[in-house]
Structure formats: C-alpha cells, structure tokens
Design a protein around this ligand. Sequence first.
Ligand SMILES: [Zn+2]
Length: 153
Amino acid sequence: MNEELKVSKIKNGTVIDHITAGMAPIVLRILGIGKGCSDTVIVAMNVKSHQIGLKDMVKVENRALAQETVKKIALVAPHATVNIIKDYKVAQKFKVELPSELIGVVRCPNRNCITNSGERVSSYFTVESKDPLALRCHYCEVLVDGASVDILL
Ligand SMILES: [Zn+2]
C-alpha cells in the first residue's frame, strides 16, 4: 500500500480491501452510502495490488457489516477482505465468502419466475461457481452470471 493511503486511517469502522477494481461504487451502494451519510468514507479506486493487479478499497467510519452485506460484497468482489478497525488498529480481519445458497439476496431476471410473481416467495439461488460467478435460480433454473447479477438493495 502506498504512503498516502496509509495516512488516511480511520479510528473505528470497517476497511474493505482487495475489492475488484471498478467495483467500489457498487460496494458503496451495497453499504447504503450516499446522500445523507455523515460518517467519514474513504474510497480508493485502481490502486496497485501485489495480489490482484489493481484493486479498489473502501473505508467507512463507525460501521460494522451485517452478514447479508458481506454476502452481497462477495458477489461483486470475491477477493475482498474485511478489516474491523478499533482505535486505529485492525481488531479482526476476514475474507468475504459466498455461501453455497443465497436467499433473498439476488433478484431473478426471469419475469415469469415465481419469485417475481408478487407471491411472498424469496429469491433462492444456488452458487454453481464463485469466480467467475454463476448462480442458478432454485425455482426457474435460470443461470445468472457476474455481469447480470441484480443484487437486492
Ligand atoms: Zn427464477
């Protein structure tokens, strides 16, 4: 990491590192960060990384991530790492991980799918491949890839 990024530390919150380059804006949407957010948010895009070439990074003050949020981030940034920061130090660090099943996380693109019928049926996808992403709808069996994944926000 270069010096400039080291300087912009947060006191308490979450640092999401090794985000797939270009995905930081989507991660911000998943985090619900936009107008009205008063906490400090630091976004870095297209930073050099030894591991994945170029990466994005998001630092959010005073924020812990719900499990659902981590799953959503794993959908768009399968190599992301989450660092929980307490008093400027990394208190906990883990890699995002996509579970084998996603319930109520992704919208099915098939209009005729029962999950889009207005019935109270949550979307239900099984993860056939994590990277590249391939999800199969449990009900209509449509296949969704990374480019067409529609995350329920
Ligand atoms: Zn479906």
